[in-house]
Ligand binder design. Structure first.
Ligand code: SF4
Ligand code: FE
Length: 482
């Protein structure tokens, strides 16, 4: 396994083509806007080194028997799935934001199921190819970006019907030694902190879409892959140096638009090619795993609830009964989310390849709750924090010889708490509910791993309505005719 320092050094070596604010970023690792997101991924290495977290953060490779980082592991049991949920909460709590490495883990696990199933149906050899790749990832302890979401153009049209055929990533040339692909993947979490990029289709497909039914993996600095960084609200506060106005002064996340401008993929890195029948299955498996991964929001919720409790105390309102009750409500919602990610893992089952996958229905129910509860938790945090959270002057004003004394005097809460401490906590709440971390805690909770309607469709498809009707009829003596 790599250490935190080795991880950073390995990312530094990559020749990524990254753009931000209209300019090429020559050194993403040290860029002040990107750096906090690298710090978050680095925690997936650092915690794996710490003995108290070994059980959660590492696993035994089913390929080599070696100890590996759990983020590169293929789940071999229900216990592995439960540990994955717990690991997500732990890292969310340690970083207070999105730590980005889950998408790759979920892509690897989804591919381990689907490549096996494709081989069973078509006598292909994808599974062995995939296992070779997996061993490479495990041996080198790599971060993979799992890239699923295409730009999608006109949502009423399928991939082949789009006016611009590149709205979904597709194969534009088939060669003896591989394929050439073109298109883009949007909202790519942690893309420029990744060694590898694993591309999968984003929707179910028909035969006419078969050139879009493609899955593969490439080193992230492959020629023709271009990263255009997404903005986050309050992102430029990171350019202000070590100011407390950043809220979370250590960690962050990032997303990027990743363009594939006629990129060559050798055959040994291709895991699906024209098997359109399996595109939907791969999407569903990845989505189920990734909906479970939203255990991370429980950990961020822990941080937000902690900050809210502190600010209530700093404001002198910690003992007010309505404040206590609101904090109970926040905990109730947060632990309900925890129930969901533990439940879908506990009810997981073995797939033909031997990989364990979460219960699809429960993973979708969990993610549906994630689209709602963090908003309510955030609303209650803002309620308790008070308006100062958004009207507070800058740290420079606190430090200024002219205004510092006024800030200290009038932004004081309880007399025994230094004003600066109160300001720091307010900035953290601002960061998670309105600032850079709100991307992860709120909007990503809404749309990441699929928007709310995607889960409702899966709930309606997987819930057993027949059984429910039968149960009701039985109790009133009615015969069930189906
Ligand atoms: Fe992982 Fe959560 Fe970030 Fe998704 S949003 S990559 S699940 S930390
Ligand atoms: Fe996400």
């Amino acid at each position: 396994m790599m250490t935190r320092a080795q991880y950073e050094a390995s990312i530094r070596k990559l020749k990524l083509q990254v753009y931000m604010f209209g300019k090429r970023v020559q050194n993403p690792v040290d860029d002040p806007i990107i750096r906090p997101s690298l710090n978050s991924v680095a925690m997936t290495y650092e915690l794996a080194e710490r003995p108290e977290f070994t059980d959660l953060m590492t696993a035994t490779s089913h390929l080599t028997g070696k100890k590996i980082n759990r983020f590169t592991h293929i789940h071999q049991s229900v216990d592995d799935l439960v540990k994955k949920s717990k690991m997500g909460r732990l890292l969310g709590r340690e970083t207070g934001c999105c730590f980005q490495r889950c998408v790759g883990m979920d892509a690897l696990n989804a591919l381990s199921i689907t490549t096996f199933n494709i081989d069973q149906k078509y006598n292909t050899t994808y599974y062995n190819r995939f296992l070779k790749y997996l061993e490479y990832v495990q041996e080198n302890d790599l971060v993979c970006d799992g890239a699923m979401t295409d730009p999608k153009g006109d949502r009423s049209l399928s991939p082949h019907e789009q006016k611009d055929p590149d709205q979904y990533l597709h194969v534009v040339e088939e060669r003896k030694d591989g394929i050439v692909v073109r298109g883009a993947k949007a909202h790519q979490t942690g893309a420029v902190n990744s060694h590898e990029i694993i591309v999968m289709p984003t929707v179910s497909m028909s035969e006419q879409d078969k050139s879009y039914a493609v899955a593969f993996a490439l080193p992230s600095d492959t020629k023709g892959i271009i990263y255009i960084m997404g903005r986050q609200s309050c992102d430029t506060r990171k350019l202000e140096g070590d100011t407390m106005d950043r809220g979370n002064v250590l960690f962050g996340g990032h997303e990027a638009l990743v363009v594939f401008d006629n990129v060559f993929v050798p055959w040994e890195r291709v895991f699906m090619f024209q098997e359109f029948y399996f595109a939907g299955e791969l999407v569903e498996n990845f989505a189920s795993y990734h909906r479970q991964s939203y255990a991370c929001k429980v950990g961020v919720g822990d941080v937000l609830i902690g900050a809210t409790q502190i600010i209530a105390e700093y404001n002198g309102a910690g003992k007010a009964s309505h404040v206590k009750d609101k904090i109970i409500e926040m905990n109730h919602l947060n632990e309900t989310l925890y129930c969901g990610c533990i439940a879908c893992a506990s009810e997981g089952s073995r797939k033909p390849s031997g990989t364990f996958c979460v219960n699809t229905l429960l993973a979708n129910v969990h993610k549906q709750n994630v689209t709602r509860f963090p908003y309510e938790i955030g609303r209650l945090a803002q309620d308790i924090a008070g308006g100062l959270m958004v009207t507070m002057p800058a740290e420079q004003d606190l430090k200024s010889p002219e205004t510092g004394k006024w800030i200290k005097k009038y932004l004081q809460g309880r007399a025994d708490i230094p004003t600066e401490e109160r300001m720091r906590i307010l900035r953290l709440i601002e960061n998670i509910t309105l600032g850079t971390a709100a991307v992860g805690y709120l909007t990503e909770s809404m749309h990441g791993a699929g928007s709310p309607q995607a889960q409702r469709i899966m709930i309606s498809r997987t819930v057993n309505m027949k059984e429910k009707r039968k149960a009701a009829k039985k109790l009133v003596g009615l015969e069930d005719k189906g």
